[in-house]
Write a protein that binds this ligand. Sequence first.
Ligand code: HGY
Ligand code: MN
Ligand code: MN
Length: 398
Amino acid sequence: MELGEIGKQPGGGVTRLSFTAEERQAKELVASYMREAGLAVYEDAAGNLIGRKEGMNPDAPVMLIGSHIDSVYNGGRFDGPLGVLAGIEVVQTMNEQGVRTHHPIEVVAFTDEEGARFRFGMIGSRAMAGTLPPEALDYRDVEGVSVAEALKRAGFDPDRLPQAARKPGTIKAYVELHIEQGRVLEEAGLPVGIVTGIAGLVWVKFTVEGKAEHAGATPMSLRRDPMAAAAQIMAVIEEEARRTGTTVGTVGQLHVFPGGINVIPERVEFVLDLRDLQAEVRDRVWGVIAERAQAIAKERNVRVTTELLQDMPPVLCSDEVKHAAEAACRKLGYPPFWLPSGAAHDGVQLAPLCPIGMIFVRSQDGVSHNPAEWSTKEDCAAGASVLYHTVQQLARGE
Ligand code: HGY
Ligand code: MN
Ligand code: MN
C-alpha cells in the first residue's frame, strides 16, 4: 500500500513508467526495505534493483526471486510489487530465523517489465539474459525520448548494458510470485497456484493510411477512410482469436491523425497484442489476420502496413521449480493446483538462462491492469509462505 502511493493517479490507479521520477522514488523505497531486511543492495547496468543475501558458498549459482515495480498506465498496486516485496519478506524472515542456505539469494526488481513507456517490454530481464537487441536502445516513448536517452537521464551508461548479462550456470533458478490476474484460482476457491507455463505474445503495430477529407462534403462511396478500415480489422482480430478457444487478441492502444471530429482521418495507428500458450496456434491466427487485413485494405483502397514490436515465445516452467512449489504447498496444507499464465512475465526472458517457475496468488474477480486490482492479505501471505519454502528447498543445495 505504501509503495502503491508512488505514481498514484487521481482515480486511484498507479502509473510508474520506467526511468521516470516515480520509478526512481519507488526504487529508493524498495531499496530501503531491502536494507532493512539485511540485504546488500545494488543496481546492475540495466537498472535492475537487487538485494543479495550471501550463501554458505558465495560462488554457488544465485537463487533469484523477485518481479517488477514498474506499472502499466493507471494499473493496480499488486502486479509486480507483490513478488518483489514477498521476496524481501522471505529473506528477511530467513535472516530473522537464522536460516542459512548453500546458494546466495538475490531479490530483484526488474527494469521495465511492462513495456508501457517504450512499447517493448522486459528491458531488465532481457539485459540480464544478454538478449536485449541493440536496436531496442533506439525505441522511443511518446515524447520521442529513446531508451538510451532515458537510461542516461536515470544515471546509467547504455554502453555498459552488456555488463548486466549473467553467464549460463550462474543462476540456480528464478522463481516469481505474482498475482494470477485471471479468475481460475478464484473459481477453484484456492489462494495459491503453481504455474505450468507462460503464454507467448506478439505486439504488432498496424498503420492504416487513407485520405483526410471533409466529413460533411465527402460522399461515403468516395472515401478512403482508414478508421473504418481499422474498425473492420479489429473485428477480424476478435473473430479470429475467438475461433481457436485458447488465443487472446487485444487492441488497447489507438492513435488517430489528425483527430478532428469533422475530419476523415489521414492515418490510424493501433497495436495488436496476440497471445497463445502454443506459438504455432498464435502464429497461424496471426497469418489469417494479416491476410484479411490486406484484403480490407484493397477493398477500401487504403494502405495497411505492420511492424513487429515484440515477439515472446511461450515457455514452460521447470519441473524442479514446480516440484519444489508443490512440496511447499503440501507442507503448508494448500492443495497443489497447476495453471498456465496468460500474462507474460520476466521468467520468459530468463528461461534460456536458468530453470524458471512461478507461484500465483488469487486475484479478486480476476481484475488486473486496473485500479481495482486486489488480493487479500491472507492470500498474499499464503503466496509468500509458499515462496519461502520453495526458495529454501531450491537454495539449500545438494
Ligand atoms: O503484458 C503482460 O502480460 C504483462 O503484464 N507484462
Ligand atoms: Mn502487468
Ligand atoms: Mn507483472
